[in-house]
Ligand binder design. Structure first.
Ligand SMILES: NC(=O)C1=CN([C@@H]2O[C@H](COP(=O)(O)OP(=O)(O)OC[C@H]3O[C@@H](n4cnc5c(N)ncnc54)[C@H](O)[C@@H]3O)[C@@H](O)[C@H]2O)C=CC1
Ligand code: BAL
Length: 500
């Protein structure tokens, strides 16, 4: 559903919303033992939304014990797959029933435009959970070709207790990408949302309980990165961690695992993704629209944002003219106004970081094609710097804001070399009318997803994750995500008659 209300309709919902302040453990609302709280603020206004319970390692112990008890009891892990599916589908129905309230909560907490919350985040949450729910009563285990003397079954079993540590840029959607395959596979979970955006994750745990999830299967624990995130990463009873966030923090989870129980670790990390436009690209207005979406969607706070435009010199000027026109599609302002599609930066620390890149652009003397300014101390204008060299900081560092660097190249070969000249490898887009060049480019670029003649991340049926510093250990989405929340077990049955 994506019919928008009016701004005043959303404001009315916002006024009446009851925002959760306690987390959700073992089927109940839970207050951290230490009694401390942290504040969640509206990034668009700075207003305090909620004082949320700040958990510590002792609370993590309780959440993990609850998840482990639930898992070991078999109440979820051994439930008939079609029954598990039914409960996951019931959660989806409840999310749809509460769509507007969840959308407003997400927008207030994260600064995301309400139009995106309504038309992308919530429908995609539901689609993701339904897809994995629908999968679990249709997949079969295998037998191995071991001859007549034995029967060998190769079966998949749920990993156990999964810790999910989440980022703030897609609070609901990243929650879905992690919980849908893990819960469908039969795992129990301890989820830590980012401090900036805890509200909708808590609300989803409440709705899950209402949908019939047994206590302890889905626990949401709130608090800081070190107090809660590290405690999950080092916990001896957590069998796997799935993480989305910065590469710096992602590396830490490998360390936590190595220094504890060698838990499985799946990391979905940063990106500095190229949009390559070759000189035979058709319909430059469409290309410009896609380039703008790649760079500015979700305020550029997107790991797969196309933040480097690599354009062949013959069409650069013409493409930039189209991009200037298309940038008018991006309207900045009150996230609760459904006409706006650019909200504020997530918090003041991040706002300052992105402002520093605006300053860097001026210091470096780049051509400012559009934007270049901050607005109201919270928002950043969509900004394009031309004349950037790929070795520059602007083209190498993940900014996580609506800033696009334009790098000009003279040939296909140079475009490929520049596209790959990054420590990241999450996503890339290529625009060309020549199908051979499209396929060659898609094969040449070292990235987990390469889209041709469009910007995107694939869909629920395609794996999402990165090469190089963009990821480790697995993928979100698709049947591959389901598989990674399972262990492979071989059961070997001797059929020989040993009595002779
Ligand atoms: N790949 C992506 O989707 C994301 C990338 N980022 C990048 O990271 C930069 C910094 O943003 P942050 O919010 O600080 O990212 P972060 O990676 O530090 O935070 C993500 C999650 O990790 C947790 N965390 C933080 N420190 C931890 C630790 N020592 N041990 C365990 N868990 C920990 C946080 O509480 C949060 O839940 C951004 O400017 C952006 O460039 C941020 C969020 C998402
Ligand atoms: N774009 C979805 C994944 C992420 O930004 O973290």
């Amino acid at each position: 559903m994506s019919d928008f209300l009016t701004t005043s309709g959303y404001q009315k919902i916002a006024k009446n919303l009851v925002l959760p302040t306690r987390c959700f453990i073992n089927g109940k609302s839970y207050q951290a033992l230490g009694g401390e709280t942290f504040t969640s603020k509206n990034p668009a206004t700075g207003e305090v939304l909620a004082h949320i319970t700040a958990c510590q390692s002792v609370d993590v112990d309780y959440a993990v014990a609850s998840a482990k008890n639930a898992f070991d009891s078999g109440v979820w892990s051994e439930m008939h797959p079609s029954e598990r599916k039914g409960i996951l589908l019931a959660l989806c129905d409840l999310v749809e029933k509460n769509q507007h309230e969840l959308a407003v909560m997400e927008s207030l907490d994260s600064g995301k435009p309400i139009c995106d919350c309504e038309s992308i985040d919530i429908p995609e949450f539901v689609h993701t959970v339904r897809w994995h729910a629908e999968l679990i009563d249709k997949i079969y285990d295998q037998t191995a070709p071991v001859g007549a003397g034995a029967m060998s079954m190769v079966v998949r079993e749920a990993v156990g207790v999964v810790g999910a540590v989440l980022p703030w840029n897609f609070p609901l959607l990243m929650l879905a990408w992690k919980i849908a395959p893990a819960l469908a596979a039969g795992c129990s979970m301890v989820v830590k949302p980012a401090e900036q955006t805890s509200l909708t994750a808590i609300r989803i745990a409440e709705l899950a309980s209402e949908a019939g999830f047994p206590a302890g299967v889905l626990n949401v624990i709130t608090g800081g990165g070190v107090a809660v995130g590290e405690s999950i990463g080092r916990h001896m009873d957590v069998d796997m961690v799935t993480f989305t966030g910065s590469t710096v923090t992602g590396r830490r989870f490998l360390q936590y695992s190595a220094e504890s129980n060698l838990k499985k670790v799946v990391l979905e990390l940063g990106g500095k993704n190229p949009c390559v436009v070759l000189d035979d690209a058709e319909d430059l207005d469409y290309v410009a629209q896609q380039v703008c979406a790649a760079a500015f969607w979700n305020m550029g706070e997107n790991c797969s944002a196309g933040s480097r435009l690599i354009v062949q010199e013959g069409i650069k000027d013409s493409l930039l003219e189209h991009i200037k026109k298309r940038s008018a599609d991006w309207r900045l302002g009150d996230p609760l106004n459904p006409e706006n599609n650019l909200g504020p930066m997530i918090d003041q620390g991040h706002f300052k970081k992105v402002c520093d890149y605006l300053e860097l652009g001026k210091t470096e003397g780049y051509d400012v094609v559009i934007g270049g300014n901050s607005v109201d101390g919270r928002f950043i204008e969509p900004t394009i710097f031309a004349g950037v060299k790929n070795g520059d900081r602007m083209a190498q560092e993940e900014i996580f804001g609506p800033i696009l660097s334009v790098i000009t190249v003279s040939s296909f070969e140079e475009a490929m070399a520049v596209a790959n000249d990054t420590e990241y490898g999450l996503a890339a887009s290529v625009f060309t009318a020549n199908s051979k060049r499209a396929i060659k480019a898609a094969r040449a670029i070292k990235a987990g997803t390469v889209t041709v003649n469009c910007f995107g991340e694939g869909d629920i049926s395609t794996p999402f994750g990165g090469y190089k510093l963009s990821g480790f250990g697995g993928r979100d989405n698709s049947i591959h995500a389901h598989d990674q929340y399972t262990e492979l077990k071989t059961i070997w049955i001797d059929l020989n008659d040993h009595s002779k």
